[in-house]
Write a protein that binds this ligand. Structure first.
Ligand code: AKG
Length: 236
């Protein structure tokens, strides 16, 4: 949806940049169509089971490596994870450059992506993205319905936090001092997505990340606390 009053770029915390409407409608449509392909089996979109017995309310498909609590693996249900396309990694590089958060010494080189689909009832509890070894930023692209994104702090799940609406086409990058900030999605605003991106309902979010693992390595880092099983994360 084109805003009547353009939303300006924002820096809600050190290391965090929001560029509203960064993706145009063609780019959004292209990404939605790509997500639809990636969602298909094998190694397609699914609800993640949590060790405590619950299931996440978002549905997820991964590229490059598959995330499961709390590690990255290269196969899912015995099938190889779909590769991260070079064009998507390029988009991630351009995203980081446009936010001004690029490391001048080292080009951003994402090797994996999580693609989450939120229906109207889906949420994601406050968590840190800490199953990656690399300190490189996380690039987040939003498509479809608006979401309320809660940006917390690096110390824990309690306040202070900042709530911001992520609309279709928005780019959010968090790195540096905010790379391990707790964050989550508290609400989806149904019916707010644009009509012309080929997504009838719901929200897609793509996060690009650098794993920091070598190509032959699986990743076991956080020891079980990366994504928090807060009650609203779960659909039982
Ligand atoms: O959907 C979003 O904007 C956030 C996704 C997220 O926090 C994650 O994939 O770890």
């Amino acid at each position: 949806m084109t805003a009547l009053i353009p939303r300006p770029p924002a820096r809600p915390a050190p290391g965090v940049v929001l560029l509203p409407g960064w993706l145009d409608a063609d780019e959004q449509r292209h990404l939605v169509r790509a997500c639809r392909q990636w969602a298909r089996p094998p190694a397609g979109m699914r609800r993640t089971r949590l060790p405590g017995g619950g299931t996440m309310s978002v549905r997820t498909v991964c590229l490059g490596r598959h995330w499961e609590p709390y590690r990255y693996v290269r196969h899912v249900d015995g099938e190889p994870v779909k590769p991260l396309p070079a064009w998507l990694a390029d988009l991630g590089r351009r995203a980081v450059a446009d936010t001004g958060l690029a490391d001048t010494e080292r080009p951003y080189a994402p090797d994996l992506a999580l693609v989450n689909f939120y229906d109207a009832a889906a949420t994601m509890g406050l968590h840190q993205d800490r199953d990656e070894r690399s300190p490189a930023p996380v690039v987040s692209l939003s498509l479809g319905d608006t979401a309320v994104f809660r940006l917390g702090n690096t110390r824990g799940r309690s306040r202070p936090w900042t709530d911001m609406e992520l609309e279709s086409g928005d780019l959010l990058v968090f790195g540096g001092p905010a790379r391990l900030a707790y964050h989550g999605i508290t609400r989806i605003l149904p019916g707010t997505g644009p009509a012309d991106i080929d997504l009838a309902a719901g929200r897609l979010n793509i996060t690009l990340r650098e794993s920091g693992f070598s190509s032959s390595e699986d990743g076991f880092l956080s020891g079980g606390e990366g994504v928090v099983k807060t009650p609203h994360t779960l659909t039982k």
